[in-house]
Design a protein around this ligand. Sequence first.
Ligand code: PLP
Length: 374
Amino acid sequence: MTSPAYAVVNLEALQHNMQIVRKYAPNAKIMPVIKANAYGHGLLRIASALQSADAFAVARVDEGVQLRKAGIKNKITVLEGFSNINELEAILANRLDTVVHSFNQLNLIEARKELKACSIWLKVDTGMNRLGFNPTEFASAYQRLKCCPLIQGPINVMTHLANADDKHDTTSLKQIDLFNQTISTLLEEQRLETERSECSIANSAGILAWTESLADWVRPGIMLYGISPFPDCTGKQWQLKPVMGLYSRLIAVKTLDEGDKVGYSGTWTCKKPTRLGIIAIGYGDGYPRHAKEGTPILVNGLRVPLIGRVSMDMITVDLESQPNAKVGDSVTLWGDDLAIENIAIYSDTIPYTLACGITQRVRIIEYNESSTDH
Ligand SMILES: *Cc1c(COP(=O)(O)O)cnc(C)c1O
């Protein structure tokens, strides 16, 4: 028996979205961000599909180790780096590139005497105030790393934008300026050297909205999955194609009387005799618990509204507009014809959480045009 709830991961769309990254950042090397199980799309699936990428970025050491165990050969950057000696050893043993953002990490690197090559990204905090050295600490952190026999190759430098998804907020430009100022002396010193430090600033919103943030490397995450990083538009408006579609089917259809209530706490009351459909999807699959009444859902490709509360395994829709809908009919929760960005708005969240939140019991079906029979 197969679960009625399934997600289709469209690898053609993924390749298409890589081309859009290339279009916006034609001169940059691309480091697809595949942390958090590739935003719910499957870490190994997405890494395997993007093997031509210049590198990958993950958040945690264990994500990088998982990629190496699966035979992924690309460079892999660990964005959070390590926070203890065991994690540093795992980084070295698995040839992962680490972000170095704190003096705690610097001390651990300096204490590791034996030679074993490690290439790093030194992170500057230009205003996100999460990870990174302050601009005033940058020069001393750089010098200390430069003296470590462990460090191989040039020390690359990065920062992260805090508000790039707001196209009207100049915070991004201030961050980019501060970053460029912070590293200007270093780049000047390296002018005549053959190996120079490479820089990286842009996430998806930077790539699409802030050309000033395009440096040697870009770090696209959400846009690769076809989703807009901006709250006021959908990926489609950037020519992106959704990679994930979430689907299920109707498992019951019934007509209730005026005054009948639907679901936990009976938050929805029938104003007249109403035909309802019950769909096999719920927060146990990753459908958002906070989706509001009226959230659009496609039954046989036609929009119907969600009613009542989302439960763990089921939701209810009003089928008044679809008198012929019956048990077994197909349902789209989000995908090509129903933007995940809209579902996020109805759920008071961002599409990142919806994609990441798909749970284990959702079957994943890979779609790849070139691998299907014609
Ligand atoms: C997650 C992450 C990204 C990717 O961000 P998107 O908004 O998904 O493009 C890039 N850089 C860093 C440091 C991140 O943590």
